[in-house]
Design a protein around this ligand. Structure first.
Ligand code: ATP
Ligand code: AMO
Length: 434
């Protein structure tokens, strides 16, 4: 529709054709208004019943809510109109009528539960506050990409159909690949390391990861978006600097470019860009601080993974983003390097938001022999991973990286209660379509 004007661009004095959805019809008797909504905003269409062509009035006011209409007419200033201008129509065309029985109310006057909303995403996204989440998601991805480019990283994409898992065998989705067993990839881990070991050196990927998580929680998806980084000649501290830069870039971009969306979400006063460096606590300090809060029934001891209540207690105590570093080697995966002077202590780290874990990362084991030992210690067959391990024989530099959960980033920035709100079409145990 080349002759179509966005409602936000309609200026007094223009003759325009606007097209969009019927948001509302307000009939005041002799005068009635159709509020037309498009992606840019809303505009009032005025019908003066006694002065206008009868068919035109009938078409304009007889149309059901959420139908698609095209209206041509003159734009005039009108201080009483919601946007300060209105269109006096010369023609009204119903492009696509909507069934008057809507499965959910896009005006938001009637609440719908999340499941109904996800089943009817097209209608759900007609709400300003829902559209705002996905505009912000798009802005976050743009800012993250730009920040990685500033860090001299090359964007890569790696296979999602793979022969082996890396993040623990229980969470794999098996598929059949020309008669052979294959899996949906849980993480680009091994591929990004193989590329960091080439001349490309610094890479990032934003792509789907698949995890057959058993539990249905507000912060797990079975298909999530992972924001991955891997850099040659980096150690865990460099990787933490990169992730801190990327997370802050996301907040700053929203602050600069998403005022309207924050307002739609009612967050304009609450939203804050995190200030200062994210504190880096060792695992040992973390368990001491959790124990000191007295929030757990049982005290944590060295080697325990941090329970969710422990993470919450520590999050409240710290009050902002923080890293947990120097995890026990035995609870980190085979590809994480141990400290040179203490094989019990790994270079693995997590970035935490007070509400939940956002990131795992660390320096990688780049020495071939040690890598093979690590596989064996974790009960994995190194031969299955030969495509990966052999490249560690041909000049593999020290390297480090991380994986950042994209939806968890969005969810924590916007204070969403459920991770599904941050995905257009989430995949969970109950949800395989749409
Ligand atoms: P009736 O006599 O049946 O109320 P009417 O044609 O006389 O209808 P008005 O008295 O002109 O209607 O307006 C009705 C209401 O609509 C008033 O509250 C008025 O402020 C408001 N109104 C009129 N014109 C506009 C406009 N262009 N934009 C927004 N509100 C308007
Ligand atoms: P990890 O398994 O900790 O590490 O995943 C990294 C981050 O991805 C997010 N995430 C998820 N988000 C939603 N639903 C899920 N089911 C889900 N699983 C993970 C989390 C998590 O912190 N290869 C390593 C990363 C690395 O070392 O580079 C890895 O995958 O935010």
């Amino acid at each position: 529709m080349q002759d179509r004007t966005y409602t936000a661009d309609a200026e007094p004095g223009d003759d325009v054709t606007v097209a969009g959805w019927v948001h509302e019809i307000r009939d005041l008797g002799g005068i009635a208004f159709l509020i037309l909504r498009d992606t840019s905003g809303k505009i009032q269409i005025k019908f003066e019943k006694d002065e206008m062509d009868e068919d035109l009035v009938e078409t304009g006011l007889g149309v059901s809510r959420e139908s698609v209409v095209k209206v041509s007419g003159a734009v005039e200033e009108e201080p009483r109109a919601p946007t300060g201008v209105e269109v006096t129509p010369e023609s009204v065309e119903v492009v696509a009528p909507a069934d008057p029985e809507l499965p959910l109310d896009p005006s938001g006057k009637v609440d719908a539960d999340l499941s109904t909303r996800l089943d009817n995403r097209t209608l759900d996204l007609r709400k300003d506050e829902v559209q705002a989440i996905f505009e912000i998601r798009s802005e976050i991805l743009r800012a993250v990409r730009e920040q990685f480019r500033e860090f001299r990283c090359t964007e890569i994409t790696t296979p999602k159909i793979v022969a082996t898992g890396t993040e623990g065998g229980t969470e794999l989705f098996p598929i059949t690949y020309f008669g052979e067993e294959a899996f949906m990839n849980q993480s680009p881990q091994l591929f990004k390391q193989l590329i960091a070991g080439s001349n490309v050196e610094r890479v990032f990927e934003i792509g789907p990861i698949f995890r057959a998580e058993e539990h249905n929680t507000p912060r797990h998806l079975n298909e999530a978006t992972s924001i991955d980084f891997e850099g040659a000649f980096c150690d865990q501290n460099d990787a933490m600097d990169v992730v801190e830069g990327v997370v802050k870039a996301a907040y700053e971009a929203i602050d600069e470019n998403c005022g309207e969306q924050l307002e739609a979400l009612g967050l304009e006063d609450e939203f804050e860009v995190p200030e200062g460096d994210f504190p880096r606590l060792s695992y040992e300090e973390a368990i001491e601080r959790i124990n000191a809060t007295g929030e757990l029934d049982e005290q944590l001891v060295w080697g325990d993974d941090l329970p969710t209540e422990g993470e919450k207690a520590l999050g409240d105590d710290v009050g902002g983003h923080y890293f947990i570093t120097d995890w026990p080697s035995e609870i980190k995966p085979f590809y994480i390097k141990d400290h040179d002077d203490d094989s019990e202590l790994s270079t693995g780290f997590d970035l935490m938001h007070p509400r939940m874990e956002l990131v795992s990362g660390g320096q990688r084991e780049h020495r071939h022999e040690k890598l093979i030992e690590g596989f064996e210690q974790q009960g994995l067959d190194p031969e299955q991973f030969e495509y990966y391990t052999k490249m560690f024989k041909y000049g593999m530099p020290p390297h480090a990286g991380f994986g950042l959960g994209g939806e968890r980033l969005i969810m924590t920035i916007l204070g969403l209660d459920n991770i599904r709100e941050a995905v257009l079409f989430p995949r969970d145990r109950q949800r395989l379509s749409p």
